[in-house]
Design a protein around this ligand. Structure first.
Ligand SMILES: NC(=O)c1ccc[n+]([C@@H]2O[C@H](COP(=O)([O-])OP(=O)(O)OC[C@H]3O[C@@H](n4cnc5c(N)ncnc54)[C@H](OP(=O)(O)O)[C@@H]3O)[C@@H](O)[C@H]2O)c1
Length: 359
């Protein structure tokens, strides 16, 4: 190109032309640098086919934000429930929405107010669920629920942790009062849907306490859930499984209820005198039961749980993974270009462990 111009135009014009080409090249480069591949939806409903692949600007940072190059994200039922409109009109805050809250990645830029992290740090973060943004090449997280990720913890294993691991942790420690250092008094805990994202962490965390764990899952996952530490496992499709009967005849002090659609009347006969059902998917009927049990001073209680994410708890979980005391079971991994397949898999409701999406 340049030699041809040499022949056709005088020297001064040639220099101008070359400079112009450089400016254009730089402009194209800058624009390309500022765009990223993301997956977003523009309205309620539509399931996997409502997700569109787009090129959008890399998000801008506020003072207290961290910009991550995403290495792995994990999906939660929350993500597609928001798309479905189940939290309307609160969420999403705006359309189009890039979904996803669980990420692991490398920090590329930090806001001025960020003191504990710097570019190059590997981290695990839970993005504010009201904002989302994990299904993209870059994502913005706050500092509060961002923690260091040591080299022993892979991006996928770390990305599985935030929503599911923190919910399991909160349900066991805060709602059920289990001490994960094993110093508490002996307790019998039932984990329903123990093969799912929350349940598989709940089984492993419960076994760090002084706990006998009964678990429910489908027949195909019984061996896996035993390998995670469950003392006894029920196939939820059998009559005993559906009735939640402990094979050893135990009554449960706490149920970490990760399945849905099980009525109070099924739990009630299986609970110890002060037994609690910790319900992580509170439905209108479980909220009525919660209120009724409270008002009637019942010793057996229904306790609805909404995740209140805390950085220190995420840090605790990451360290457990590093020490080999907690595993992320990965159901499947999808490239970002196939995020809609990951989405369909989550909606299907039969994941074993976590579904991971990688840019
Ligand atoms: N409150 C909160 O803040 C909060 C936080 C996180 C999650 N959640 C909610 O908690 C629920 C569980 O989340 P998740 O991420 O664990 O879901 P998930 O990973 O999609 O759960 C799928 C697993 O559940 C099993 N399962 C389904 N129904 C079952 C039943 N009746 N008995 C035993 N196992 C059953 C499935 O086994 P099969 O394939 O064998 O059927 C599958 O392995 C969702 O409703 C989610 O929205 C709430």
């Amino acid at each position: 190109m340049v030699w041809l111009l040499h022949v056709l135009v005088p020297e001064s014009q040639l220099r101008l032309q070359v400079e112009l080409e450089k400016v254009i090249e730089l402009g194209v480069w800058i624009m390309a640098e500022k765009l990223m591949h993301a997956v977003q939806y523009s309205g309620y409903g539509g399931g996997p086919s409502g997700l569109k692949h787009v090129e959008v600007p890399i998000p801008n940072l506020n003072n207290d934000d961290i910009l991550l190059k995403v290495e792995a994200a994990s999906l939660n039922p929350f993500d597609w429930k928001v798309q479905k409109g189940m939290l309307r009109p609160l969420l999403p805050r705006k359309f189009p929405q890039i979904p996803g809250n669980d990420v692991a990645g490398e920090i590329v830029k930090v806001g001025e107010a960020i003191k504990n992290f710097k570019p190059g740090d590997k981290v695990v973060a839970m993005i504010n669920p009201a904002i989302g943004g994990a299904l993209a090449e870059f994502a913005v997280a706050g500092e509060k629920v961002t923690v260091a990720r040591p080299p022993e913890v892979s991006a996928a294993d770390g990305a599985g942790l935030p929503v599911a691991g923190l919910t399991a942790h909160q349900a066991l420690t805060q709602s059920a009062g289990i001490k994960l250092d094993g110093t508490g008094k002996q307790a019998n805990v039932l984990v329903t849907a123990a093969s799912g994202g929350v349940g598989h962490y709940a089984v492993q965390l419960a076994k760090l306490g002084n706990v006998h764990v009964t678990a429910t899952c489908g027949a195909r996952n019984i061996q896996l859930v035993k390998s995670l530490g469950a003392d006894e496992v029920l196939d939820y499709k059998t009559p005993d499984g559906a009735a939640l009967n402990s094979p050893s005849g135990r009554k449960y002090d706490a149920v970490i209820h990760c399945a849905t659609g099980i009525p109070w009347s099924t739990f009630e006969p299986n609970l110890s005198e002060n037994g609690k059902v910790i319900d992580i998917t509170p439905s209108p009927s479980s909220l009525i039961t919660y209120a009724f049990k409270k008002l009637t001073f019942s010793k057996k209680l229904m306790v609805p749980v909404i995740l209140n994410p805390k950085g220190e708890n995420l840090d605790f979980l990451v360290k457990l993974v590093k020490e080999g005391k907690l595993k992320t079971i990965i159901d499947s991994k999808y490239p970002l270009s196939k995020a809609e397949d990951a989405w369909a898999k989550s909606i299907d409701g039969h994941a074993t462990g976590k579904i991971i999406v990688e840019p």
